[in-house]
Design a protein around this ligand. Structure first.
Ligand code: GLC
Ligand code: GLC
Length: 811
């Protein structure tokens, strides 16, 4: 069942029913001010940090679902309704929500009154705009009362939800004209406030929640709206809100547009006040003046649309498959940008108060957005590397606001260091900017310990190289990519974090997955050494990589597939000898994509085993058989009920590894089949089962063991976005940046006749046509660049040339 459709021409997903299985959301904002917005106008806004500088309050895990947002109540006679259906839930005569690139538009009608609400965060401004147009479609005049509503959060979202003994006494506002200023804590250490205003004279306002809602009432039936009259309440403690009342008479056919702005402002310490106790409103007034007219708003919206069009023009395709085309051209890249902005902080599953930026998460996210915003990728790399420890290990997370490592979670996730090599290498391939390796970058944010970025990479490499276990495989530490395979943890205490508790530091537990990473990224490190003139270090690194390769074949192979790990007692994990958890997805994908076992014929065997043991119609499961019981020596992986999350869920993040691995051995049919299974556009038709947004990836889909097999959770903020884009763009479509130029090496299903692509790479436009006359899956038979036949599959880079046309014939 579908709840909407893709409008490809406008790059929008149009939701046609407000009662989607779960809130289907969008993100507004590209730089510092962000909002989440659901298909019923739910969500909240924050400045830079969803925990520390949250503007509006949201109630996670509330009933009814998705409570709080920017709400507009329209009172037309006895009928009260909202353009987004929530919170009043009055049945609408028509409804749609268009989620576009950085904006959402709600169009609804009730009793011949039409409302159109456009929400977006303009570029270079710290505010959300809500433009509301009301049109009288009837033949009689209508007297309308409009009420706006947002609820302010007292900035720190955790404190706001917990510290009521204080918070019920500190709420403060000012009201001036149509502008409501939220200034809680401004009197003391904050130099920022929020404003919520509308570009017209108002007939009343409320800033005290209880006065607006009435005792024991929810946002679904505020007393003020029922009575049609604001109370002009002034919040004092309790819960400050912003609500405007506008009364308007609309003649038949007449329309009126109102522009509401919710903004974040800062003042210098010395300019905080304009009079004793009165905040300096100058910056707010300046902001409001920029969005006072519809023309201004329209211009800002167009500017935003252009911004997105520019961004997404870096990589576009035309294929015979609409779903593939729209995922590549629009939604997958859009999600990559959102993960760049949000990391894992604020979604409808991530409360915005927990994890900061993950070291491994951010490094992997970069693989998906580096071609879109190389400058910001560069900055991100420096930020991430600055949190690395001198021994090459890393804080697992860092805080976006301070950019400092997070001591609470600390270090010890032994895959982290290698991801730094992965992202730096991807960045240099994209940009050719080897200069970044010379940048001086601190360790542990301590400038006195700064070394070149290249030295950081050396220490990443060495960390793995020198932390080997009894079999010569890398030690796993607290966990590798799989946060839940906690082999040194041995936790028996409820509530203890599996990631930070280590009761059993064996110094023995080893990871075959990290071994695969070491082979892949060790080679890339060696290549960087070679290209920067350090052949001796390159040779040394390659020798270590060769040793690791041999070790994996020797101690990491189980006969039909790669082992997953050795536990604290050097017992096998992910082996046919195990009762549960006999085969894991991660080493099959990563070892093969690193090239391990390809020549020996083991790669094919491993991938066949994946197909036989882990495949389902909804994607490839993480492991099988699912762990039935909790195993203290394995940790969190066995804590989840079978089929969920890391315990045999379909973890979408590592499906592309297997798909890439399939392209490594040339099986385009299978690579594409795997790609499609978790790809949201292909499961749109079963939205009642899949339940999350059909335009973005989710972290997990319930596996075959789960009662709700096929149901997705944790949409939006997942490394899946980056890896699926790497897979589809670089391996299936096969346009891949390399140090010396752009490689075109597609691995596609045999029934795909070919495709066209445009890739902007290092400022040069490549127009690429791929033809597949003989139903091949892989292999470039002919490469013609600007009319000239060339050898190989790389379009060489000629200095000064701005455009290439290349035709590739597969065969
Ligand atoms: C989550 C984490 C990621 C981890 C994965 C598997 O997506 O953000 O860091 O690798 O789960 O446990
Ligand atoms: C990752 C995993 C999740 C685990 C969490 C711990 O997000 O997906 O299952 O509980 O990390 O931080």
């Amino acid at each position: 069942m579908k709840f909407g459709y893709f409008d490809d021409a406008r790059q929008e997903y149009v939701i046609t029913s407000p009662t989607t299985p779960l809130p289907w959301i969008n993100y507004l904002g590209c730089e510092n001010f962000f909002s989440l917005i659901s298909n019923t106008c739910g969500g909240y806004s924050f400045y830079k940090d969803a925990k520390l500088l949250r503007l509006t309050r949201y109630r996670y895990n509330n009933v009814p679902a998705d409570t709080n947002g920017r709400y507009y109540y329209i009172k037309d006679g006895d009928t009260v309704w909202n353009p987004g259906w929530q919170p009043v839930q009055t049945e609408l005569d028509s409804y749609s929500c268009r989620h576009g690139l950085g904006y959402s538009v709600f169009e609804s009608t009730k009793n011949e009154l039409a409302a159109e609400l456009t929400a977006f965060v303009p570029l270079n401004n710290n505010c959300e705009i809500n433009r509301l147009t009301l049109t009288n479609k009837s033949s009689q005049a209508k007297d309308i009362s409009l009420f706006s509503y947002i609820e302010f959060c007292l900035w720190n979202a955790v404190d706001d939800m917990t510290n009521f003994q204080r918070n019920f006494s500190i709420g403060e506002v000012e009201i001036e004209g149509s502008a409501i200023y939220h200034k809680t804590e401004y009197r003391e250490r904050r130099n920022h406030y929020a404003v919520y205003s509308v570009n017209t004279a108002i007939d009343g306002y409320d800033t005290d929640r209880d006065s607006f809602l009435g005792a024991y009432r929810g946002v679904n039936r505020p007393i003020v709206v029922e009575q049609g009259q604001s109370t002009n309440s002034k919040a004092s403690g309790w819960a400050p809100i912003g609500s405007h009342n506008i009364n308007v008479t609309l003649q038949p056919g007449e329309e009126k547009t109102y522009i509401f702005v919710l903004g974040y402002l800062e003042n210098e310490e010395e300019n905080k006040w304009e009079a004793p106790g009165v905040i300096n409103k100058a910056p707010a007034k300046e902001m409001l003046a920029k969005f006072n007219t519809n023309e201004q708003v329209e211009a800002a919206l167009n500017e935003l649309k252009e911004h997105w069009q520019n961004l997404l023009s870096k990589y576009t395709v035309e294929t015979n498959d609409d779903k593939l085309t729209r995922m590549i051209n629009t939604w997958n890249q859009y999600q990559c940008m959102v993960t760049f902005n949000m990391s894992r902080s604020a979604s409808y599953y991530e409360s915005g108060t927990g994890r900061g930026m993950g070291f491994r998460d951010s490094c992997q996210d970069l693989l998906g957005f580096v071609h879109l915003i190389p400058d910001r990728a560069r900055e991100r790399i420096i930020d991430i590397a600055s949190t690395q420890f001198e021994d090459g290990s890393a804080y697992h997370q860092y805080q976006p606001l301070t950019k400092k490592g997070n001591m609470d979670i600390g270090s010890g996730f032994n895959d982290d260091p290698l991801w730094l090599i992965a992202c730096v290498s991807a960045y240099i391939k994209e940009t050719g900017d080897f200069g970044i390796l010379e940048e001086s970058v601190p360790f542990d944010n301590d400038e006195t310990k700064a070394q070149t970025l290249m030295e950081h990479l050396r220490r990443s490499f060495e960390f793995t190289n020198t932390n080997l276990g009894p079999h010569g495989l890398p030690l796993i530490g607290r966990a590798d990519w799989n946060d839940c395979l906690n082999l040194n943890c041995f936790s028996k205490t409820p509530g203890e974090s599996f990631q930070t508790c280590s009761n059993f530091e064996s110094g023995k537990a080893e990871s075959v997955f990290i071994a695969g990473m070491f082979v892949k990224y060790g080679k890339e490190y060696a290549e960087l050494c070679k290209r920067t003139g350090n052949q001796a270090e390159a040779d040394r690194a390659l020798a270590a990589v060769d040793r690791m390769y041999a070790t994996v074949l020797e101690s990491g192979w189980d006969g039909e597939w790669f082992l997953r790990a050795y536990d604290a007692f050097s017992e096998k994990i992910g082996s046919k000898e195990c009762e549960d958890g006999q085969i894991f997805i991660e080493p099959q994908g990563f070892c093969v994509l690193a090239g391990i076992g390809v020549e020996e014929g083991l790669a094919e065997k491993a991938l066949n085993s994946v197909k036989e043991k882990l495949d389902t119609k909804y994607g490839v499961m993480l492991l099988q058989p699912a762990y039935k019981d909790y195993h203290v020596n394995l940790g969190e992986v066995s804590s989840y009920p079978p089929g969920y999350k890391e315990n045999a869920g379909i973890f979408c993040h590592n499906n592309p590894w297997v798909s890439i691995a399939e392209t490594v051995i040339g099986r385009g049919d299978r690579a594409f089949e795997i790609y499609k299974k978790t790809c949201p556009a292909y499961v749109e038709e079963i939205s009642e089962i899949h339940r999350t947004e059909p335009y973005v990836y989710s972290q997990m889909v319930a596996g075959a063991d789960a009662p709700r097999h096929g149901e997705a959770k944790n949409s939006w903020l997942t490394g899946t976005a980056a890896w699926t884009f790497v897979n589809v763009s670089q391996y299936i479509i096969g346009i891949r940046p390399e140090f010396d130029g752009l490689v075109v090496d597609p691995c596609i299903p045999s029934d795909m006749p070919g495709f066209k692509a445009t890739r902007i790479f290092r400022g040069v436009t490549y127009n690429i046509t791929v033809e597949n006359p003989n139903g091949a899956q892989k292999g470039v038979a002919k490469l013609i660049v600007d009319g000239q036949e060339m050898n190989g599959n790389m379009i060489p880079f000629v200095d000064g040339k701005k455009e290439y046309s290349a035709t590739i014939i597969l065969g």
